[in-house]
Write a protein that binds this ligand. Sequence first.
Ligand code: AHG
Ligand code: MN
Ligand code: MN
Length: 325
Amino acid sequence: MQRLIPTLRKDNVDAALISVLHSLQICAKEIAYRLSQGEMAGVLGSTLDENIQGETQKKLDVLANQLLKDILLESDFVRAVASEEEDGIVNGNLQGKYLVAFDPLDGSSNIDINSVVGTIFSVLPVPANASGEADMFLQPGNHQVAAGYVLYGPSTMLVLTTGHGVRMFTLDQTVGEFLLTDDQVTIEPSTREFAINMSNYRHWQDGMRRYVDDLLQGVEGPRGKNFNMRWVAAMVADVHRVLCRGGLFAYPWDGRSADKPYKLRLMYEGNPMAWLVEQAGGLAYTESQRIMTIQPTDIHQRISVILGSADEVKSCLNYLESSQK
Ligand code: AHG
Ligand code: MN
Ligand code: MN
């Protein structure tokens, strides 16, 4: 089985970008190890202890954030990083060609129950006349040069695109390498599975309620087929399932609180997952727009997300559109 770096070389990925992805691979292995230590993480020794300041018994999402920052900012090729866990960006090497945005641990409420979590990342080019400020990151998702996630499940997997389709790698613990286990991930256009937090039903807009109502009616309803539902409460795991066997994943607009109508973040969750899904033949939209065409206005901006099997995403968007007329 092929290792990560030779696979990237075969795709003619820029050497500097390969180096950034190599740094991310090191982070992934370290975070996987820490997670496997559970409550003992940050207490027991680790290969990177000396790089982490005041780390004793830190929460795992804080630890993951620190690890990513420490390792990525050591890279000659990383100009700056932006993290869900940081207020502002953190500058690295002034000569660096790339910006890295990440969600250090997605699904962090799952940590307490020893369930699946992941790290999501998005690599962007440094724009011309880089300011050294957060505005360097405010580029639409279609500028991404690499995007992916690491899933810390029963096995640790790295799922990646550099624009040459989607590849899945599995961490072989015996040699400490990510090995290529699926070199052409594809999402079937049609599906019988959806993922949404149903407890928000009463807060959704009409179109979303009508769409889900019809899914629930199964063979007796207008859709004419039964649908199954899954919700891991970690986007990384729910999207991984969509990439593995199709499905629709949605975290739509809801009216729970006026100041927070969306849950998921554009830069750390929406864009990287949208590119992966599109590269695998699926679609990724908000209620009204392709996610990757959104011009971000803030690094921590939140959006609604409807992604997955192409026919199902279109069907959902049709319900939303027709209820607005
Ligand atoms: P994070 O742990 O990075 O804050 O993200 C959690 C997100 C996402 O992963 C998941 O799909 C969603 O929150 C779950 O939300 P609910 O708690 O509403 O199910
Ligand atoms: Mn998240
Ligand atoms: Mn997170």
